[in-house]
Write a protein of this length. Structure first.
Length: 227
């Protein structure tokens, strides 16, 4: 049973690379960031402030969170049995996820959820504290990053493709704000694990990132269970 942990800031390409890597290896993908987005979404719908840590922890503890079967692409996230995959990807929910993730009660509530999802092994988990907190003994740890310019452009292109309405300067400002918040929070700040391999994707396309990740896994784990 193998655990691959991919951490890094927003826009570094973690989500797409983790999905493709899981498919290539025949592993299960666990998008931990989606869980924090789910809490932000549920809190917004319940009228709970993203600044109220205790109330947010109660929201997180009350939710039934699970990923549905993959049907060509990213596994859908079900919140209390309902597929909310599209709803959690709204830009304001992305910012909300960063805010709610700074609260210890939220992280405590979701920590066991993440470990339960990954403890059976042969999984790829992507997030911001997988290699440092959730699975510090992961078999392979990668910190995937890129320049803020490259990351902002990727997120801008994603938003333009989704709804045609985005401003590059605003996307960059929001990304810098999120980087600052994620890196300086008191609990589980965004940082590479001491033994993580650092991979800068600024000058790489998705295929290039995937090739490096797969080579790393196969180098570290000669028999990773790939099919």
């Amino acid at each position: 049973m193998t655990i691959v942990a991919i951490d890094g800031p927003a826009g570094a390409g973690k989500s797409s690379a983790a999905l493709r890597l899981a498919e290539r290896l025949g592993y299960t993908l666990i998008d931990t960031g989606a869980l924090y987005r789910a809490v932000a979404l549920a809190a917004r719908e319940q009228g709970v402030s993203w600044e109220d840590g205790e109330a947010l922890g109660a929201v997180a503890s009350s939710l039934e969170l699970r990923f549905g079967p993959v049907t060509g692409g990213r596994p859908p996230l079900l919140i209390d049995g309902v597929d909310r995959s599209d709803d959690i990807r709204a830009p304001e929910i992305s910012q909300g996820a960063s805010q709610v993730s700074a609260h210890p009660p939220v992280r405590a509530a979701l920590l066991e959820v993440q470990r339960r999802m990954g403890r059976h092994g042969d999984v790829v988990l992507e997030g911001r504290d997988i290699g440092t907190v959730v699975f510090p003994d992961a078999d392979v740890k990668v910190f995937l990053t890129a320049s803020v310019e490259a990351r902002a452009r990727r997120r801008y292109d994603e938003l333009k493709g989704r709804d045609g309405d985005a401003d590059l300067d605003e996307v960059r400002r929001e990304m810098e704000t999120r980087d600052q918040r994620d890196s300086t929070r008191a609990v589980a700040p965004l940082k590479p694990a001491d033994d993580a391999v650092r991979l800068d994707s600024s000058g790489l396309d998705l295929d290039g990132v995937l090739a490096k990740l797969e080579a790393l896994v196969r180098e570290r784990l000669p028999r990773p269970g790939a099919r």
